[in-house]
Design a protein around this ligand. Structure first.
Ligand SMILES: NC(=O)C1=CN([C@@H]2O[C@H](COP(=O)(O)OP(=O)(O)OC[C@H]3O[C@@H](n4cnc5c(N)ncnc54)[C@H](O)[C@@H]3O)[C@@H](O)[C@H]2O)C=CC1
Ligand SMILES: O=C(CO)COP(=O)(O)O
Length: 332
């Protein structure tokens, strides 16, 4: 494999386009794969992704294509499609990805129906022995695409691979820290989206900044409880991919999950609140709450979000229920 071998990015939405820019900015030729041939041709010709990242020029080192054969023989492949589509995309691209290096999972979610984390979905769909990593952390696509300073975590069970991929993808303003705690990083990324919806609801309902800060802290406490039971390390949850991303997503209307919650809090129905944009937490909420309940992990905030998103409970009743919970020791 030569130094000029490309890095693949699968998925031409906001985050895929941003990560393609970051990888190209780190000095690599990049193959950006989109499922839609017309969209790929337009991106290649116009050098801009007006639907997902308007106003951000595509780096000259990126080649956009819809041809799956162009993915073969790469150094690494970043998989950047919504969590609920990861299994289908990996099945479709199984052959070209067999020679496309380690697969780096960038979706933040848990698969509905199977309640599987993304690394488990990849293990079930990719050829046995394919190295898999997870990239997650506080990083708005628009910031990364513009080259603003950003730091994220890259996890692989092989620490050498995690370090090598972090070095490969880090650039002048995009820093990757590495860890072998794959599950901890996945829990942080999937969980924060659900909990950020709750913070958006608080904002949209006008419940105040104090309530939102309290909610972030209590949401983090329940994420830590979940991680303890499901095999993530506490120090990972306290890092970029856990607390870092929760704080970002739970405080900014730039987050689609927060904005979705804000609209719910203002009275929109779950369908109206989505507004055609991806809010991963809405799909992951039931899986997160279900996994927690099955193991007896208390996650009242995640359960509240799951109930509201499913249309099974109203915001005011849920807020009243949370405030009426029995008092407890803070660290119990
Ligand atoms: N946008 C952001 O700032 C960040 C997003 N992420 C995560 O990255 C994942 C993707 O998010 P975005 O790119 O922002 O979403 P997006 O909605 O901007 O784009 C999704 C892309 O995936 C494509 N897609 C959907 N289904 C597909 C399929 N079956 N086959 C092939 N392509 C398909 C869509 O055509 C679109 O190009 C999510 O899990 C999100 O949580 C993570 C960090 C930052
Ligand atoms: O994951 C993200 C930031 O780290 C993006 O958040 P949203 O998907 O809520 O926009």
């Amino acid at each position: 494999m030569s130094a000029e071998t490309a890095i693949n990015v699968v998925g031409g939405g906001a985050w895929g386009t941003a990560l393609a820019n970051a990888a190209a900015g780190a000095g690599h030729p990049v193959t950006l794969w989109l499922r839609d041939a017309t969209a790929a041709a337009a991106l290649q010709a116009d050098r801009e992704n007006p639907r997902y990242l308007p106003g951000v020029p595509l780096h000259p080192g990126i080649a956009a294509t819809a041809d799956p054969h162009r993915l073969a023989d790469a150094r690494a492949t970043l998989l950047v499609v919504p969590a609920q589509t990861v299994r289908g995309v990996l099945e479709t691209l199984r052959d070209p990805l067999a020679t496309a290096g380690p697969v780096i999972l960038c979706a933040k979610g848990i698969e509905r129906g199977s309640d599987s984390f993304m690394s488990a979905v990849a293990a079930e769909t990719l050829p046995p022995g394919t190295p898999v990593a997870v990239l997650s952390g506080p990083s708005f696509a628009a910031d990364v695409a513009r080259g603003l300073p950003t730091a994220v975590t890259l996890a692989a069970s092989d620490p050498g691979l995690a370090a090598a991929l972090s070095g490969l993808l880090s650039g002048p303003s995009f820093r990757l820290y590495h860890t072998d705690d794959v599950r901890g990083v996945e829990i942080g990324g999937a969980g924060k989206n659900v909990l950020a919806i709750a913070c958006g609801i608080v904002a949209g309902r006008g419940l105040g900044e104090s309530a939102r800060a309290a909610l972030i802290a209590r949401a983090f406490a329940e994420l830590m409880r979940f991680a303890r039971t499901f095999g993530g390390r506490a120090e990972t949850l306290m890092g970029l991919s856990g607390l870092g991303d929760l704080v970002l997503t739970a405080s900014s209307p730039q987050s689609r999950n927060f904005a979705f919650g804000q609209r719910l809090g203002a009275g929109a129905s779950p369908d109206e609140a989505a507004g055609g944009k991806l809010a991963e937490g809405a799909f992951t909420a039931a899986a997160l709450a279900g996994l927690a309940a099955a193991k007896g992990v208390e996650m009242p905030v995640a359960q509240a979000v799951a109930a509201i998103v499913a249309g099974a409970a109203g915001v005011d009743d849920v807020v009243a229920g949370l405030l009426a919970r029995p008092l407890r020791g803070e660290t119990d």
